[in-house]
Design a protein around this ligand. Structure first.
Ligand code: G
Ligand code: G
Ligand code: MN
Ligand code: NA
Length: 254
């Protein structure tokens, strides 16, 4: 397809980029990490959102070179910020099921970490429930190997998939990111608030940290704080920013 051909060209011509959205400590307000998010501006197509890029990349196998590029670029960016005197932050990268199920995946991660000299304890990989549940036995083995390298693991968009926490307990997960569709309703929708509370309670009992996605208001932040959720992301703090704008954002906070 046209989109596929343009995407191939973008990979070869440096046409992809990453934006970075901060992750914030609910208690201190400190920036504790950053999530790398794929961006693609095409001369003909304009901005193509990741929701459109990723499915095509998965169908065509392009997700493997793109995913490796994302990982390498995020690690390099983090090292560049550190070299400029910014504190080292957790760097979170999103993974597709296809990457997780690729036989070379752990090798690729190790190679990128070596190449970029990035400390694995500062890398976090975000996976959806459905990515893990496609092949749970294999996922369990791969996640264990990643965890042994020191890498942190999160479940992204939690609550939108078909799994539940009982199924997730066999995976070496550090954090749950509660999908922003629940966060957006906690002040207005009793069911969203109830689901959010139940997820946090179960996560606490399984020693999983909580990240609330899509926090936009102080009231939503207070709701998360009252439940002792550890981190949030959302427009209340910042949208995803270009590397240059992320530096301006960090400079403005001190
Ligand atoms: O950046 P935006 O808010 O539009 O992200 C939309 C979705 O695309 C998110 O769910 C995010 O997880 C996914 N996404 C963004 N960047 C990447 C990436 O590099 N790899 C994968 N697999 N998904 C990504
Ligand atoms: O990986 P994930 O699916 O969580 O990607 C984050 C997506 O959510 C991106 O598309 C990002 O632009 C969007 N997003 C991040 N923070 C907010 C927010 O506070 N409100 C809304 N409506 N969207 C957000
Ligand atoms: Mn994510
Ligand atoms: Na998400």
């Amino acid at each position: 397809s046209r989109l596929e051909n343009r995407l191939r060209a973008a990979i070869e011509s440096d046409g992809l980029s990453l934006f970075y959205q901060p992750k914030v400590s609910v208690f201190s307000g400190d920036i504790v990490g950053v999530e790398a998010l794929l961006r693609w501006y095409d001369e003909e197509l304009g901005n193509v959102p990741p929701d459109e890029i990723i499915p095509i990349a998965e169908d065509t196998g392009l997700i493997l070179p793109i995913g490796e590029w994302v990982l390498r670029t995020a690690c390099r960016q983090s090292q560049a910020w550190q070299a400029q005197g910014y504190p080292l932050l957790m760097m979170a990268v999103n993974l597709s099921a296809i990457q997780l199920n690729n036989k070379n995946f752990v090798q690729v991660v190790k190679r990128v970490l070596e190449e970029t000299q990035f400390p694995p304890e500062y890398l976090e990989l975000e996976l959806t429930e459905s990515a893990i549940m496609q092949n749970p036995d294999r996922a369990s083995m791969i996640l264990r190997r990643l965890r042994e390298l020191g890498i942190a693991l999160s479940i992204d968009d939690f609550g939108t998939g078909y799994s539940n926490l009982a199924q997730l307990k066999r995976f070496p997960i550090d954090r749950l990111k509660i999908d922003r569709s629940f966060t957006s309703g906690v002040m207005t929708d009793v069911q969203d608030a109830a689901i959010f509370r139940a997820v946090v309670a179960m996560a606490h009992s399984l020693n999983l940290e909580i990240v609330a996605e899509g926090v936009e208001t102080l009231e939503q932040l207070a709701f998360v704080r009252d439940l002792k959720g550890q981190q949030y992301q959302g427009y209340l703090c910042s949208k995803a920013l270009s590397p240059e704008d992320f530096q301006v954002f960090l400079d403005s906070r001190v």
